[in-house]
Design a protein around this ligand. Structure first.
Ligand SMILES: [Zn+2]
Length: 456
């Protein structure tokens, strides 16, 4: 297949752009970026290179690609179905209702649709939380889509969506053993564009014994771990982070997703152990039942969080909306109108520049890949985007970070480069048209198989 051929690496020189490097030493500057052999070779002023393709960055912003630290890519063909769904409606419709009917080709097309949507909106890395491990072929199909799309992906192997009720909320089933095969035979190279993590249920969704056994398995295989915790009232009762700390399993190889109803003390435990966090702010604001974004409480605990989309069935798959939702909820806190967990006086706040950092370098840290991506730093892999600031919705772009956060959308993303390869140019994605027709066919087949009417 095409991804076994050596990739073409573009040599690109972007001139005169406003560079938001997310590199502490370089900061923000007007300058040039030279990309060669898949890496950022140089950042500076008046760079020259006779062989490179020139990109005029004048008046545009160049920043590291967005990093979405938690998305269920398999649901890419089910996008925008239920913006007003509750958590229970989402679970019954998608995870339980449709998930059991997914064939490997549905996972493949869903993942591909999610990847392409991500690239189009400037997401260059996605952590694919794949709880659709209905068979080894399902997982292989998801991984194949990541190779094909050209995105950087952390494939997070999860549990099946068949018998969904048996795999969550007190489950006594251990993590599917197929993760060993994937580690040994499919994704053994931790420096590749597609790498492997373990999406575990932890003590919130499985028994304490199963949680401990699963964590030992992931560590035996040398895999970083992600875990959904702090989900609604159930999460508040379980206190998964506290359980992990008390059983000496909490460590810096873990990323905790949501944390909506985790206590402040748990967030401080997370910080003390060097673990990381993923706030799915848009989803948490839109979907009743989970709790509210923990962004400000995390900052109070000393954790700078990453951001994530979660499920495209409910919220838009771009990071602009995720950043805006985090900010919207913070403003409710400031107004004294937030949920009870956020009524402590003096919670620290964040601004637009912080949000860009949460959506880039903090995402790389949460995925354990900040040595390779997340900032415009010479030597790192070239994962970058150019955002046009001369579009009507962004002019006159007085403060660039504020403009992108307040007004940015996928249509402003002009150039997307992943590992030195151009994936979107002049505002046009390089491939994708056929994928969305197949995605619609997959959606129709799934609803038919489940005996459900298409929502109208
Ligand atoms: Zn999720």
């Amino acid at each position: 297949m095409s991804y076994h051929q050596p990739p073409h690496k573009d040599r690109i020189l972007i001139k005169g752009a406003y560079l938001m490097t997310q590199d502490d030493e370089l900061g923000n500057l007007v300058g040039d970026v030279l990309v060669a052999d898949g890496r950022i070779l140089q950042i500076g002023q008046d760079l020259r290179d006779d062989e490179a393709r020139l990109v005029d960055g004048t008046g545009n912003a160049v920043l590291p690609g967005f990093i979405d630290t938690h998305r269920h890519n398999w649901q890419g063909a089910l996008r925008n179905l239920g913006p007003a769904w509750t958590y229970q409606e989402y679970r019954s419709q998608v995870q339980i209702g449709l998930g059991q009917y997914f064939e490997p080709e549905d996972v493949h097309i869903g993942n591909l649709a999610a990847d392409l949507m991500s690239l189009d909106s400037g997401v260059t890395t996605v952590r694919d939380e794949s709880h659709i491990s209905n068979s080894p072929e399902h997982s292989d199909a998801a991984i194949a889509a990541h190779w094909e799309s050209g995105i950087r992906a952390v494939f997070d192997h999860g549990w099946p969506s068949t018998e969904a009720e048996q795999w969550q909320f007190g489950s006594s089933r251990t993590h599917p053993d197929d993760i060993r095969r994937i580690r040994n035979e499919v994704l053994s190279d931790d420096s590749a564009r597609v790498t492997l993590n373990a999406m575990l249920r932890g003590p919130e969704l499985s028994t304490a014994d199963v949680a401990a056994q699963d964590i030992r398995l992931a560590r035996e295989l040398g895999l970083r771990i992600s875990m959904h915790v702090g989900l609604g009232e159930w999460g508040a009762r379980q206190q998964a982070v506290r359980q992990l700390a008390e059983s000496k399993l909490l460590a810096s190889d873990m990323t905790f997703i949501h944390l909506c109803t985790s206590t402040d003390e748990e967030l401080r435990m997370l910080a003390a152990h060097g673990a990381t966090a993923s706030v799915a702010s848009a989803l948490e604001v839109f979907m009743p039942g989970l709790g509210q974004p923990a962004t400000n409480r995390l900052l109070a605990a000393g954790v700078r969080p990453s951001l994530s989309v979660d499920t495209e069935t409910i919220v838009s798959g771009d990071m602009f909306g995720v950043m805006r939702a985090a900010l919207a909820y913070q403003q409710l806190i400031i107004a004294g109108a937030a949920g009870p967990m956020d009524r402590a006086p003096g919670l620290p706040t964040f601004d637009a520049a912080d949000l860009i950092a949460f959506a880039t370098i903090e995402g790389a840290r949460a995925c354990g890949i900040d040595d390779r991506t997340g900032s415009l730093t010479p030597g790192k892999e070239a994962d970058l985007i150019m955002v046009r600031l001369d579009h009507t919705n962004l002019l006159p772009a007085t403060n660039v970070a504020a403009s992108i956060v307040a007004g940015g959308h996928a249509g402003n993303v002009d150039l997307v480069v992943v590992a030195g390869e151009v994936r979107k140019e002049h505002g046009v994605l390089k491939k994708g048209d056929a994928v969305f027709a197949e995605a619609a066919a997959s959606r129709d087949r799934l609803f038919h198989a489940a005996g459900l009417p298409l929502p109208s």
